[in-house]
Design a protein. Structure first.
Length: 130
């Protein structure tokens, strides 16, 4: 793999899969994955907070690649502002039928998990509670 200045990769790079060490479930549910994401991005996180293998695949995106899309940088900034975390995650949310969930089902899941929500409306990023 090619490394750029400062040891950063030249392109996006997937890291080893992870799971929160305190995860009591199988790791595959939305709740388990949310727990893993909170553990991985928590201020003061230490290696013992995670185990491998897991069901979350971290993706390292070097700062210089964020110029392709403003969403990753703005998303991280909004997450940090509202939660104190310094990482952001994105994924497709699956509905009860196994297909990609619609907005109503996604918002209901966010409310159930007390998860902050970032939306893009008319090209503007906004954030708030579900």
């Amino acid at each position: 793999m090619a490394r750029g200045t400062g040891g950063w990769p030249e392109t996006e790079e997937y890291l080893v899969s992870i799971e929160a060490s305190e995860c009591a479930g199988t790791g595959i549910s939305a709740e388990d994955r949310a727990l893993t994401l909170r553990a991985a991005g928590a201020p003061g996180a230490v290696p013992g907070d995670l185990v491998t293998p897991g069901h979350v695949m971290p993706l390292l995106v070097p700062e210089h690649l964020n110029t392709r899309s403003a969403l990753p940088a703005f998303g991280r900034a909004i997450v940090a502002q509202h939660t104190g975390y310094t990482v952001a995650a994105w994924c497709d949310v699956l509905g009860q039928d196994g297909d990609v969930a619609g907005i109503e089902e996604s918002m209901a899941l966010a409310m159930r998990l007390s998860a902050p929500v970032i939306t893009v409306e008319n090209g503007a990023l906004t954030s708030g509670a579900a």
